[in-house]
Design a binder for this molecule. Structure first.
Ligand SMILES: *Cc1c(COP(=O)(O)O)cnc(C)c1O
Length: 345
């Protein structure tokens, strides 16, 4: 159990902010004639502004995830939720966040954009949380800790026990990015939301759901945190097309599940094939839809693959990922092409 007085960590200008009130905020209910939002009255599919709080879509997500609607915030990608967390809870030039490395680059970029100090610490050599180091970094300016599980670019889940210790001992928000959770056989941390008021979980439709192009990020947290994010978000941040496509896609979870099974099978095959290559030094185990591969002369392999039209991610200059390429699992045909190209280097 962890209580959090959200007011204590909310920036004072955000606490006192009078939010923009859109036409769709001011009138709720059924009506025949809408002359309140300066829309074009001639009907096309998209002449009306979208629902600013995406209620229909949130009901579908609520059902699917077992999370009440008032625990859900939706962003234009997870990236929007990350930015709004900084803008809500971190005073520029004063507050700080903790980001264990290596991890997803957007946390640091978003911190830098918002002029919020980043306290970095290394993950352990097997890319798990270094609990002692992280706890040494807490101080009374620390507002957010970002934990990515499964972690990008290493692909592993973080230890549940260590994550729970961090949540229990930290008096700011612990943000767990579960962009790749669908590829694991664990349910992640959603079931802990009621117990820990300082827990924020990010998920996305960009990976397993196959919808990176529509930009929909899901943020789950206790309603006091969600209220703040709603207060500062752009009024119509999720467009109508995204809302419609997401409602349809989320109603077809079996399709996502069969993609996930196929990707996991391909991942295991690809790991095995990569392991047999002479250039390979180590293939890290993956709980995600990508593989971190330590190879001989990563930069030159990367460039030779590019020359053949095959693009992987060069992570060889990233702390703890020296000599590594990050390879997304493709279709069986794409993976075959990659392996053949790497065999012929
Ligand atoms: C890909 C990815 C995301 C997805 O971000 P969106 O803005 O929702 O597309 C978030 N977090 C991590 C760690 C990722 O790798």
């Amino acid at each position: 159990m962890k209580k959090l007085n959200v007011k204590n960590i909310t920036r004072s200008n955000i606490q006192s902010l009078k939010p923009y009130s859109s036409a769709r905020d001011e009138f709720h209910g059924d009506a025949r004639v809408f002359l309140d939002a300066n829309e074009n009255p001639f009907p096309s599919s998209y002449n009306r502004y979208p629902d600013p709080y995406q209620i229909e879509l949130k009901r579908v997500i609520s059902e699917l995830k077992g999370v009440p609607v008032d625990y859900i915030f939706l962003g234009n990608g997870s990236d929007e939720a990350i930015d709004l967390l900084f803008r809500s809870f971190c005073e520029p030039g004063k507050d700080s966040v903790i980001i264990p490395q290596p991890t997803y680059g957007m946390y640091t970029v978003s911190a830098n954009i918002n002029n919020v100090a980043v306290k970095s610490c290394a993950l352990t050599s097997d890319f798990d949380i270094d609990e002692i180091r992280i706890k040494e970094l807490y101080d009374d300016t620390t507002r957010l800790i970002f934990l990515c599980s499964p972690n990008n670019p290493s692909g592993n889940l973080l230890s549940t026990e260590k994550v729970l210790h961090i949540i229990e001992s930290f008096d700011g928000l612990v943000v767990i990015d579960e962009a790749y959770i669908d590829f694991t056989d664990t349910p992640g941390f959603i079931s802990y939301l009621k117990e820990f008021e300082n827990l924020v979980i990010l998920q996305t439709l960009s990976k397993a759901w196959g919808l990176a192009g529509i930009r929909l990020g899901m943020c789950f947290a206790n309603p006091a945190v969600i209220t703040i994010l709603n207060k500062i978000k752009p009024p119509y941040n999720i467009n109508s097309i995204t809302q419609t496509i997401a409602i349809d896609a989320l109603s077809e979870a079996t399709k996502k599940e069969s993609w996930v099974r196929a990707i996991i099978a391909e991942r295991d095959l690809l790991s095995q094939k990569l392991n047999e290559l002479s250039v390979t030094e180590f293939i890290y185990p993956s709980d995600a839809n990508f593989i971190l591969a330590k190879v001989k002369d990563a930069r030159s392999i990367y460039e030779k693959l590019v020359a053949k039209g095959l693009i992987v991610r060069d992570r060889s200059t990233v702390e703890l990922c020296e000599g590594c390429l990050r390879i997304t699992v493709g279709t069986s045909e794409e993976n075959k092409q990659l392996i053949e190209a790497m065999q012929s280097l």
